[in-house]
Design a protein around this ligand. Structure first.
Ligand code: NAP
Length: 460
């Protein structure tokens, strides 16, 4: 008789069928604690390796990821309903980001400080030099929508700076994350330098973020979860938190309408609007509002969308549409669901009372509000709890810069929809869109290390 304990698992539910497409180990706190201890032991050795040794292993892992692109794209299609081409693009971006980051690590240098600027110190008496040293074990928590790319943007800088990393992937996205993890392990990342923990957030979440051997938390996900993690971790470790967004586009009457339409339709409906930088609100000047609305409805009718991540998410989106309508909005396109698919939906006359006006909708729904002047829109953007990105469409470049200066979001796009690409650009969310350290290639390397100063005291 087999007397081993049965391995507990969590089902990964397909957005297409609401049925299981795979299983992940349902780890409990004891097991997770043991893995964090091992990650800490591994860190003590890994931090002694050279940057060129780390680069060699990381580049090997990324080769392996590139070779697994087809397979991972199929997993993403099954577990989060991302279309195959978009899945491959996510991997391509991850490879590119890794190359930027490995190269930026090699370029990272310290500084030299000379003491003789201070009164009383002689020339050469005190000379300091700074270097970057790792923090320890970094905990990475990633969301369902880009489980590969948003893991890579944490794993690669962490490992390159000499940290070890514990990855807690989302349940949906956990199969692709497991494959990604395997690419690193088979490329020679020593045991414990990269660790995968899977389990129910309700069971292991608070344990992970308060574990004394965790030296930093790098999180991407919703604002609700981000705030919860910030609260329970009590400021004991540095946080790098990328959270929700309500990215708005302002379309001025002198805009290139064709360009604005193309960008906003893609921005709002790509991957069913399940992107932190999806266009989630449009402010259009009254002079062109009628033409803009008629044409965006026409253009959006044929935009192909897949199912939302879950039936729960579909119900939330439908409820937001109903709430907007109850608050006076007019549905000019969509509004219907087929299974977990919500068709591209556009509402006009969405006012400040509607949740759709101020809350993040993670679905293919675009609220449009007509404005009489641009300051009104800037004010709404600046008083939103979210501050990830925004965009302005106008042919008047002077006006574009003046508006960009007034807008208070991490990024302002001029004549393009909001979006994160390319990945070597810094990426910052203000207010409820981010907490703590900034993100980017060099910024993340700095965030995942600290400065160490050595002072040479010479007898003079
Ligand atoms: P989520 O529900 O907040 O989950 C994110 C991650 O946190 C998942 O791995 C989840 O695991 C985990 N988690 C949940 N509760 C936790 C807890 N108490 N302790 C520790 N971990 C916990 O977000 P999501 O639905 O996956 O992703 C969508 C959100 O992410 C949107 O708000 C979007 O704007 C945001 N996002 C932001 C960016 C950015 O760069 N700013 C990029 C992408 C997405 P489980 O799967 O086990 O629940």
């Amino acid at each position: 008789m087999d007397n081993t304990d049965p391995v507990l698992t969590i089902d990964v539910i397909s957005p297409h069928t609401n049925e299981s497409v795979g299983k992940l180990p349902d780890m409990k706190v004891d097991e997770v604690g043991g893995l964090i201890d091992k990650a800490h032991t591994a860190f003590l050795k890994w931090k002694e390796t050279t940057i060129s040794d780390r680069a060699e292993i990381v580049m090997k892992a990324i080769d392996s990821l590139e070779h697994s692109s087809e397979e991972i794209a199929h997993l993403l299609e099954q577990e989060i309903a991302k279309d195959i081409e978009a899945g491959k693009k996510e991997i391509e971006r991850s490879v590119e980001y890794t190359k930027f980051t490995v190269s930026a690590t090699k370029d990272l240098n310290g500084e030299v400080f000379f003491g003789d600027s201070s009164k009383g110190l002689k020339k050469g008496q005190k000379t300091g030099y700074s270097s970057r040293v790792p923090l320890g074990v970094i905990l990475a928590i990633t969301p369902f929508n880009y489980p590969v790319n948003l893991a890579i943007t944490k794993i690669v800088p962490a490992l390159m700076m000499g940290n070890s990393l514990v990855l807690k992937p989302p349940v949906q996205g956990g199969l692709a994350s497991t494959k990604l993890f395997e690419c690193f392990i088979k490329s020679g990342v020593p045991e414990g330098v990269l660790t995968l923990v899977t389990g129910r957030s309700s069971g292991i979440g608070d344990y992970l973020v308060t574990h004394p051997k965790i030296s930093m938390i790098a999180f991407t996900g919703s604002t609700v979860t981000g705030h919860h993690i910030a609260e329970v971790s009590k400021g004991k470790v540095p946080l790098l938190m990328e959270m929700g967004g309500k990215d708005s586009s302002i379309v001025l009457s002198d805009a290139d309408i064709e360009l604005a339409l193309d960008e906003i339709v893609k921005g709002a409906f790509t991957f069913c609007g399940q992107r932190c930088t999806a266009t989630k609100r449009v402010f259009v000047e009254s002079e062109i509002a009628q033409e803009f609305i008629e044409r965006i409805v026409e253009k959006s009718k044929t935009f192909k969308v897949g199912p939302l991540i879950s039936s729960v998410q579909k119900d939330l989106i439908l409820a937001m549409i109903e709430d907007a309508k109850a608050n006076g909005a007019r549905e000019v396109l969509g509004g219907q669901a087929q299974g977990n698919i919500v068709l591209p939906t556009i509402l006009t006359g969405v006012n400040e009372n509607a949740k759709l006006f101020y809350e993040e909708q993670f679905g293919p729904v675009l609220p449009i509000t007509i404005i009489q002047n641009v300051d009104q829109a800037v004010n709404w953007i600046n008083t939103s709890r979210y501050g990830l990105q925004s965009s302005v469409f106008t042919r008047d470049i002077d006006k574009a810069f003046s508006i960009a200066e007034k807008i208070d979001t991490g990024t302002v796009q001029i004549n393009a929809a909001c979006g994160r690409y390319p990945d070597n650009f810094p990426f910052v969310g203000v207010r409820d869109s981010g907490i703590g350290l900034p993100q980017g290639t060099k910024d993340t390397l700095l965030a995942m290390s600290r400065q160490k100063l050595t002072v040479i005291n010479k007898k003079v």
